[in-house]
Unconditional design. Structure first.
Length: 456
């Protein structure tokens, strides 16, 4: 009995204690909750049959277990083998951990299956050509000017414990190394871009015959995926690996707090002062503008805009349909006489109401360029969206994911949906608003940042 009590006490002592709201990914006892992983597209992994995934998991996990060891509060790796990868997938999260790496080491943390928050020894002369001397804690696989290198050199010497904090909301990543911020809200790029485009095309999520704008676009990263601790040739120790999942409301607040300078509200939360058009077709409910059920039409703000960034939150019911009027002239069907109607649509619309063309899904420039789908929050939750209109360029960021980034001047009008004319596509200015289609879609937290002086 005494021996059992001592063993139980030792187990409890080894179990890491996470802060409030966090969960320990490593339990201090064994590798329960972890599998083997590698540098491979998570979309491609999910595209495998269940039998193929089980076979791969078995082989990779066996390899991982040969090189990783639970040693009380420390998780040890000899520098070899498959990556320690969480079985569970995560969306938005805050991750904190400590690592202790051997001299000249190289490692990293994969986020939703993508490389990576870089960890290496800044004194490694062989890696100076790749930027090791700039330090750890950045998104090395990103392009320049997008978090590729850390804002500061914050590494401790090899053999000492370093502390990392990572906040990931959508594709947006912020990193702190030893209390100093090394990445500020950079968008994690898709290392597997070309393979993921092929996967999406095969699944029917992009047109079978792409337009030039489809070839130009980047496939954004998955909405959910595992966390991996990378092996890269040098022994490394990990401890206090804690994660907190971030819910939609907090994620929206986080996104709204970034880059907020220059935005001005265009809705007072009480009435439609400053709005024109179908004012009788919309109502104010709990500080938000809602299209009345079975009503519709174009409701637009009074300011005539040229180039601008719009921020808003929206909520759709099941099968809900609305749209954003961009450079709308004030009369007519904004999908054609405006620059475009930017779709606001339930991501599962086709499951509720019928088949969709890829250029009709949420975030699409209606009928012209399709957006990437699968990034909305569940029905009943508010989504955060930022829309940038600059010249003929249109970019849409939904919940931290860039789902559309296109140049409408490059659209081949012979290929648009229904071969419909879009005479307003090249409008240089116009109004911003909503295009109701009979569903109780809601909008709030509406703000505009002009990129040039407004037209009056």
């Amino acid at each position: 009995m005494r021996l059992l009590a001592l063993l139980a006490a030792a187990t409890l002592a080894a179990a890491p204690t996470p802060p409030a709201g966090f969960t320990a990914l490593y339990n201090g006892v064994d590798l329960t909750g972890w599998r083997g992983g590698d540098t491979t597209s998570h979309r491609a992994y999910l595209a495998l049959s269940p039998e193929q995934r089980a076979e791969r998991d078995k082989a990779w996990t066996a390899d991982m277990l040969a090189h990783w060891k639970a040693a009380g509060d420390e998780l040890l790796n000899d520098g070899k083998g498959k990556y320690a990868t969480t079985v569970k997938e995560y969306g938005d999260f805050e991750l904190t951990l400590e690592y202790n790496m051997a001299p000249l080491g190289d490692s990293g943390i994969y986020l939703r299956g993508l490389p990576q928050v870089q960890i290496w020894d800044p004194a490694n002369a062989k890696e100076k050509k790749n930027g090791a001397d700039k330090g750890s804690g950045a998104l090395w696989n990103n392009g320049l000017n997008n978090g590729k290198f850390p804002l500061v050199l914050a590494d401790k010497a090899p053999g000492e414990w370093n502390t990392l904090r990572i906040v990931m909301v959508g594709a947006r990543v912020s990193v702190w190394l030893n209390g100093q911020q090394t990445v500020d809200h950079a968008s994690l790029e898709n290392f597997y871009d070309r393979k993921d485009y092929a996967t999406l095309k095969e699944a029917g999520l992009v047109p079978k015959t792409p337009t030039p704008t489809d070839y130009d676009r980047k496939v954004t990263i998955p909405a959910r995926g595992p966390i991996s601790l990378q092996t890269h040739g040098a022994p490394i120790k990990w401890r206090n690996v804690f994660l907190r999942e971030i819910a939609g409301a907090e994620a929206n607040q986080w996104l709204a707090s970034k880059g907020a300078d220059g935005f001005r509200p265009i809705f007072n939360g009480t009435d439609l002062t400053g709005w024109k058009g179908a004012t009788d077709q919309y109502e104010i409910v709990d500080g938000a503008i809602f299209c009345k059920p079975k009503k519709g039409g174009n409701l637009y703000h009074q300011d005539d805009l040229t180039d601008f960034v719009a921020r808003l939150e929206f909520k759709v019911p099941a099968g809900g349909n609305n749209g954003l009027c961009l450079r709308f002239p004030g009369t007519g069907n904004t999908a054609y006489v405006g620059m475009c109607e930017l779709q606001v649509l339930d991501d599962n619309y086709d499951k509720v109401k019928g088949k969709l063309d890829p250029r009709q899904v949420h975030g699409s420039a209606y009928g012209m360029v399709g957006a990437q789908r699968g990034y909305q929050r569940p029905i009943g939750e508010w989504n955060f969206q930022e829309v940038t209109v600059k010249g003929s360029n249109l970019k849409v960021e939904l919940n931290g994911f860039i789902i559309l980034d296109t140049d409408l001047s490059k659209v081949d009008m012979a290929t648009v949906m229904g071969k419909s004319a879009h005479p307003g596509k090249d409008n240089a200015h116009g109004f911003f608003g909503f295009a109701g289609h009979g569903d109780a879609v809601g909008f709030r937290a509406l703000a505009i940042k002009p990129l040039v002086s407004d037209k009056k």
